[in-house]
Design a protein around this ligand. Structure first.
Ligand SMILES: [Fe+2]
Ligand SMILES: [Fe+2]
Length: 184
């Protein structure tokens, strides 16, 4: 049976698999835009709303917590590790920029296609490389801490929230994203 700590780590890895699928979907919208067609702006808006309510509000804070645990309990294992909360802050800022592009388009404002494509690409690239870095560097260090010192990590109730697209508990507010995933 997995310990709570192992469960947290396996949830984070599941989130990454799901987020990778969402990033592919977002990247496809940029390709549509580049081909001269209008993408489904409401889908982009939904994707970015999902990233805000789940990745920025649940997934990243959980990682900030395990990063803090590592620094406190095993500073030797945290040596040379990049600053996790700072990276999360930068990703959230890129997400906010992309959300304001798409909100403006939906509201009828003129936003250049190149700006939207550029902001989508930057967001996807940054988050992808961040997740790879976590899987290659951060997570193995945390695995080692857990294996050698099985003290509990308390993520608190506020972070025990299910993924609203991949594990919806109530009628999802992310219908377009879910329908697009089914079409793939
Ligand atoms: Fe992260
Ligand atoms: Fe992550």
């Amino acid at each position: 049976m997995k310990s709570t700590n192992q469960l947290i780590l396996s949830e984070l890895r599941d989130d990454h698999r799901n987020m990778a699928i969402i990033l592919d979907l977002l990247e496809e919208t940029a390709a549509t835009t580049k081909a001269g067609n209008d993408p489904d702006f409401l889908l982009i808006e939904e994707i970015m709303r999902y990233m805000m309510v789940y990745a920025d509000a649940v997934h990243h804070p959980k990682e900030d917590l395990i990063f803090a645990e590592l620094q406190t309990h095993r500073p030797d294992l945290a040596e040379g590790l990049d600053d996790v909360p700072e990276d999360h802050w930068l990703i959230a800022a890129l997400g906010t920029r992309l959300r304001s592009d798409v909100d403006a388009i939906i509201a009828g404002a003129a936003v250049r296609r190149e700006q939207l494509i550029g902001d989508i690409k930057q967001y996807v690239k940054r988050l992808r490389s961040h997740m790879h870095w976590e899987e290659d560097d951060l997570f193995p260090r945390v695995d080692k801490m857990i294996a050698e010192d099985p003290h509990g990590i308390d993520v608190g109730d506020s972070l025990r929230i299910k993924d609203p697209v991949f594990e919806p508990e109530i009628e999802s507010a992310f219908r377009r994203v879910m329908a697009s995933l089914q079409d793939r």
